[in-house]
Design a protein around this ligand. Structure first.
Ligand code: ATP
Length: 319
């Protein structure tokens, strides 16, 4: 029998991030926000993953925990099979170089007082020792890769359009040759035509660098053509996980069905059908809610229903 080679380089096991809610005279902990409450998944080389769910479902917190901007309350993050829980270890393993994050609001993540040359060169300066000439050569190469002209070097972020700024953000995040980019709503601030351009360009960059992406979005429509594998997030947990085909063509959890029904229909002649479908999904939600949430409204654990498809449901037989 052929040996199965495990390709995942990053494993997230039962990750939890709980934020304390404080109050009262002594500012004591009254309760917790269970922003991320036990999620498990892994990332393979060159693949694109979607983390989808409505606002507040915990997507950004997962992304931040992965890049080290948020401290997990529980669970583990394994990089190349080793736990990365201290700064020293992360440095030793080159984790900060290999795992980068880009944000929706790229303008606020690009220092407005710095020129593009310095913005792109900053991570290189922190991690590599290059001469001034070598550094300039590298920045020019990166600008070229993201399709920006060399005269961008000495301009400031506010002088560019949203799509161009997103490209500059990507140039900066690929400057250290990372393995994974966590992209938090990378196109939702852009208008539709520019969204498609940036998504296509991210795909090109992916091939060039054999990158993996973890795409965070509230919109299943946006990531449809990008993702190999999709995790649907709700109330800090996964409610469904599967390949693109599993999720779009065979959704099982009522929450996923509602997200799909909410994708705007561009084609005018399909709008009526789309509207009817939304009403059906809402009726199904009212009828079957108890199959998908326990009496406290908690999401069940995932149950495997095919080789690649998982659904959070009380019992597989209920589907
Ligand atoms: N630093 C924090 N302190 C307290 N609560 C927080 C903190 N960060 C996030 N939260 C809470 O955790 C929950 C999940 O937030 P998160 O930003 O991860 O959601 P999200 O799915 O990314 O939402 P959005 O799409 O709006 O960004 C929310 O209820 C949020 O208010």
């Amino acid at each position: 029998m052929k040996e199965v080679i495990k390709m995942s380089f990053l494993e997230i096991n039962n990750l939890k991030v709980h934020f304390p809610i404080r109050g009262g005279f002594f500012n004591t902990i009254k309760d917790y926000v269970y922003a991320v409450d036990g999620v498990t998944f892994s990332i393979e080389e060159g693949k694109t993953y979607g983390l989808i769910g409505e606002s507040g479902s915990g997507k950004t917190t997962i992304g931040k925990a992965i890049v080290g901007l948020e401290r997990p309350t529980g669970g583990e993050i394994l990089y190349n099979g080793q736990q990365v829980h201290t700064k020293r270890l992360k440095k030793k393993m080159g984790y900060h170089k290999d795992v980068q994050m880009i944000f929706q609001d790229v303008l606020s993540s690009l220092d407005p007082k710095k020129r593009i040359r310095d913005i792109i060169a900053e991570p290189i300066r922190n991690h590599e020792k290059l001469t001034k000439e070598e550094e300039l050569e590298k920045v020019l190469e990166l600008l070229n890769i993201v399709g920006m002209p060399a005269d961008a070097l000495y301009r400031y972020p506010h002088e560019f359009s949203g799509g161009q700024r997103q490209r500059i953000g990507v140039a900066r995040s690929v400057s250290l040759n990372p393995r994974l980019i966590v992209a938090d709503e990378p196109v939702s601030a852009l208008d539709l035509s520019v969204q498609a351009q940036v998504l296509n360009f991210l795909k090109e960059i992916q091939k060039k660098f054999n990158l993996s992406y973890l795409f965070i979005s509230h919109d299943l429509g946006v990531v449809k053509h990008m993702c190999d594998y999709i995790y649907i997030m709700h109330r800090g947990r996964f409610v469904e996980a599967g390949t693109r085909d599993d999720i779009y063509n065979n959704p099982q959890h009522i929450y996923t069905k509602r997200l799909i029904a909410a994708i705007p229909e561009i084609n005018a002649e399909n709008r009526e059908e789309n509207y009817k479908n939304r009403i059906n999904v809402e009726n199904e939600y009212r009828e079957k809610e108890s199959l998908f949430y326990d009496e406290k409204g908690k999401v069940f654990d995932l149950v495997q229903i095919s080789d690649t498809h998982y659904v959070a449901v009380k019992s597989k037989e209920d589907l």
